[in-house]
Write a protein that binds this ligand. Sequence first.
Ligand code: UGA
Length: 433
Amino acid sequence: MFNISMIGTGYVGLVSGTCLAEIGHHVTCVDNQTQKIQMLKKGKIPIYEPGLEDLIHKNMKAKRLSFSTSISESISTADFVFIAVGTPPRSDGSADLSYVENVAREIATHLKKYIVIVEKSTVPVETCEWIKKTILRYHKGNTPFDVVSNPEFLREGSAVNDFLRPDRIIVGAESQKARELMQKLYGPLKSPMVFTDPKSSELIKHASNSFLATKISYINAVARLCEKVGANVEEVAEGMGFDKRIARSFLNAGCGFGGFCFPKDLEAFLWISKKLGEDFHLLESVKKINEEQKIHFVHKIEQALWILQGKTIGLLGLAFKPNTDDMRLAPSIDIIHMLQERGARIQVYDPIAMPQAKKVLKNIKYCKSLYEVTKDADCLALVTDWDEFKEMDLKRVKSLMKHPTIVDGRNIFNLDRMKKLGFSYHSIGRKSV
Ligand code: UGA
């Protein structure tokens, strides 16, 4: 079992560090935000992620997981140093890598014995090379080290499971020694490992996220055609998905993708392609379709209600997807702004994301329950497919609403059922009933 220093206790660092402790390693999670580390030491976690809190408590108790603000201290005993700091987007779409550079310089200063430096943050291709150059520039001595790319494929809401049961683990390493060590590190997971050079590994992350975003925009474009001809996008996706080469997942039409990964990574990949002299036109379209999809959703609400001025819209779901409180680049934000521009009154309910939403969404009424948001609404607009919404008591909802109208941006209800219940029901890529 190894000693690991995990630098950065954001989403990726905290989940990865905890799960590496869970499989038996000794992990120190490091962050320069003293307050955050103090909170974590008390077992309080700053993000909402199912299963994570229990796992943190369990591994702290077993003394495999600890927290610190000192990079130098944690590096001194580490076999692996993971870089999991933020790489926020700049206004031109490129990633700001200054945190990564700072950590590389710190590592260079404190390097005393061979370690494997693992790049875990989502970074542009060639970052491993820059980390290596930076360490060589700032390190005084000839201590050997390796820099390895090991992109994460965690989905918010199921990150713990994704880490412990991954489809594959990608390792981009130059030396055989680093490959063997990475194999031992992840050995307990017994998952397929793919070894590449660092640049290919970095590109696998770009290409995978952009491909998944492409699948979503593709089916959203198909959904709009389905609406025009009266077909059903769910059936189209089902029929396509049975072909193993296509596969059914990520073919769910909706009111657009969001979150801090797809939109940001698309921008970053586009930026890199342009920088390298290649125009990746396809990705421009993926982005455009996604923007249009949110507008399309608002148009659907207008089609259902005509004039929105003075009407009350009950918005169900704020987070960019279920099982997270993450509001970053959530479609709900743009949708609410468009509805407000048209003079609609907005009342919202989300099982988890309302405290986060309050920081970014003003002039809306936050309701305590699904049924409160329904009360006196001219229309319900469903943006996030939480299980709680799938299980709602539709008869009760109908009795509470001014007019039983639902515009469903995630296609969670069966058309026949909605028709029988007497709703005016509008979804994506399906007939309105
Ligand atoms: C995504 C990838 O799925 C992860 O593999 C990757 O590690 C992560 O980005 C990252 O780069 O860190 P995440 O953003 O957490 O994960 O969420 P997804 O489950 O992929 O959903 C993203 C968005 O797409 C959501 O808004 C969701 O509602 C939307 N979506 C997803 C659809 O509209 N249709 C689908 O069929 C699937």
